[in-house]
Design a protein. Structure first.
Length: 194
């Protein structure tokens, strides 16, 4: 305790105290929200399979709702159809086709043994590597060359004019042309009067 009370202020002790103070400030300095969000994103940026499935399901539902609304709007403009309600069933979510860097090679090896017999071996090799590009944040993302929309598996249309065979035929042909599905996957029914 005597040493502490007899402590003298000098240049070396002053530098040590200033550096210790700076270290304490850096340790407790608040981090801005952007930086903390960025740190959370880089440290825990992976999603669980359950979260991926939920996101794909939500995207599929949005796609189906959009297609149903568009179909409902166009069908209601056909003469004799009247008011409509539409339900679409799709198989899976959107699929992305990624660009691949394909490397192929072949070689032929001819071997001759001591007796003069020759043997020829042909070898072929092929390797594929996904091509990546950078997004706005500098992250590597696959280079998508094509997006395949979900496959429509069935369409149900309830229409005020659905009892009329001519109108039902027009609706069926319109749905078949728009979604490129066979006739047996399209059902047109008369809408109930409420």
């Amino acid at each position: 305790m005597k040493k502490f009370l007899n402590w003298k202020w000098n240049k070396e002790n002053g530098i040590i105290i200033v550096l210790a103070g700076i270290l304490c400030l850096v340790a407790v300095w608040p981090v801005s929200e952007k930086e903390s969000a960025k740190q959370a994103d880089t440290s825990g940026g992976s999603f669980t399979q359950e979260e991926n499935d939920r996101a794909e399901s939500a995207a599929l539902n949005v796609y189906i709702e959009n297609q149903e609304e568009r179909l409902k709007n166009i069908l209601s403009r056909i003469d004799g159809v009247g008011e409509t309600a539409v339900m679409i069933r799709a198989s899976a979510s959107k699929e992305y086709v990624v660009e691949k860097d394909v490397t192929t090679g072949s070689s032929t090896i001819i071997e001759t043994d001591a007796q003069g017999s020759t043997r020829q071996n042909n070898e072929a090799s092929r390797s594929e590597v996904s091509v990546y590009t950078k997004d706005d944040n500098g992250q590597d993302i696959p280079w998508v060359i094509k997006e395949i929309e979900p496959e429509i598996e069935g369409v149900l249309v309830a229409a005020e004019g659905g009892a009329d065979e001519v109108v039902a035929g027009e609706i069926t042909q319109a749905v078949q042309v728009l979604f490129d599905i066979p006739v047996h996957k399209i059902k047109v029914v008369k809408m109930k009067n409420e």
